[in-house]
Write a protein that binds this ligand. Structure first.
Ligand code: FES
Ligand SMILES: [Fe+2]
Length: 393
């Protein structure tokens, strides 16, 4: 058994213990977060500049652009970006902005082509960002082509995910950034999976939305018919890797499921008696499941009260036939509806509640340990007073 599975096995054992003793992983005390953290435009602007524009962000899944020539164009935190897979198989990231007069080079979406022709005056660019041709160059006059390549962004591919930093020249070390979370991603070998599609939903402040992935305290009340039939409410296990977290959620059948397996194999049976939500700071959550895997990407919108969420779906194997493909579509819709109607349904009301000025702070209990850690980390990165060093879980 690998060291990784050994650790997962111990976490499964811990979850079983919590279930049997009616306890949960617990922080030392409760923790308050000012309501303004979810509503204040200045705090929101600092979160964008200090976190979202400085840290590596998930821009695409490797499986979205598996072949040379494939690309994805999207908006990320208000910036139009283009991710491509070049002929040598490596990836490039750049602004999706023509260097002639600033037109969006290609519409949002996926496709495959080796060169991009700007819809405004037909300048062409290679998928490595190089300016290939100026339309009617004799009339245009001389220009330095090298200075008019697309604006590149720092990029790395690791763990089946393509990471981009939205600040030009701000290079990053993705292994260091992902820390122990990289092992989780690598065990799953996501790059070889099949990208099924995505759904987009609109929700409240990005931290209200993220809070929902970090606790199962709300399962019984907010998800009585969808998640609660599978998982216990208010029993969680937390592991942190830097700002990222693996949050364990025991299933209602954990005793039977693990009881039927030799103890030394428990770690190899995620989804059989226990599940995890993995969060990758600042805005990704991953839920692996054999039927379908959901990767949620929360993108802050223009104002503090809104986020755009892309729910991306992967499966190990492509659909076998039309029936299988239809069932995948059905599962994606179902998961979208759960997050949209239940989590974001609550979240939008929370947003209103906090904006009313009714409460000065929200309070996270000892059980809401993951949320405490997340908010302390955000505060630390904004130069706040919570901690002089990154908080420990
Ligand atoms: S703006 Fe792109 S070719 Fe003119
Ligand atoms: Fe939820």
């Amino acid at each position: 058994m690998s060291e990784y599975h050994d650790i997962i096995g111990r976490e499964a054992e811990k979850m079983l213990e919590y279930v049997e003793t009616g306890t949960t992983d617990s922080a030392e005390s409760s923790f308050e977060v000012p309501a303004a953290a979810y509503t204040d435009p200045e705090i929101f602007a600092r979160e964008k500049s200090e976190i979202f524009l400085k840290m590596p962000l998930l821009a695409a899944l490797s499986a979205e652009i598996p072949n040379p020539g494939d690309y994805k164009a999207m908006e990320l935190v208000g910036k139009p970006i283009l991710i491509t897979r070049k002929s040598d198989g490596t990836v490039a990231a750049m602004y999706n902005v023509c260097t002639h007069r600033g037109m969006m080079l290609t519409p949002e979406g996926h496709g495959s082509k080796k060169r991009f022709s700007c819809p405004y005056h037909a300048w062409t660019f290679g998928n490595d960002g190089k300016l290939i041709g100026v339309a009617e160059p004799q009339k245009f006059g001389p220009i330095c082509k090298e200075e008019r390549n697309l604006t590149a962004l720092p990029v790395a591919e690791a763990g089946g995910i393509i990471w981009v930093c939205l600040t030009q020249g701000l290079e990053f070390d993705i292994e260091k950034h992902l820390d122990g979370m990289l092992a989780d991603l690598e065990v799953y070998d996501l790059a070889s999976w099949h990208f099924c599609g995505q759904r987009r939903i609109y929700g409240p402040n990005w931290k209200i939305a993220y809070d929902g992935y970090l606790e199962g305290y709300h399962f019984a009340a907010a998800h009585p018919e969808t998640i609660h039939p599978r998982s216990f409410s208010n029993i969680m296990h937390f592991t942190a890797f830097g700002p990222h977290m693996r949050v364990g959620y025991p299933q209602n059948r954990i005793k039977e499921a693990l009881g039927a397996l030799p103890r030394e194999t428990w770690g190899e049976h995620e989804n059989e008696g226990y599940d995890f939500v993995r969060t990758i700071f600042p805005n990704v959550s991953i839920f692996f499941a054999p039927e379908i895997t959901q990767i949620a990407q929360l993108i802050p919108s223009e104002t503090p009260d809104k986020n755009i969420t892309n729910l991306m779906f992967l499966r190990r194997d492509p659909p076998k036939d039309d029936t299988d493909a239809a069932s995948i579509e059905g599962m994606m819709d179902w998961l979208r509806d759960v997050v949209n109607d239940e989590d974001y349904g609550v979240g939008l009301q929370v947003q209103k509640g906090l904006e009313s000025g009714a409460v000065k702070s929200v309070i996270f209990g000892r059980n809401e340990r993951g949320n405490q850690y997340f908010h302390k980390y955000v505060d630390y990165l904004l130069g706040g007073t919570t901690n002089a060093a990154p908080p420990e879980l």
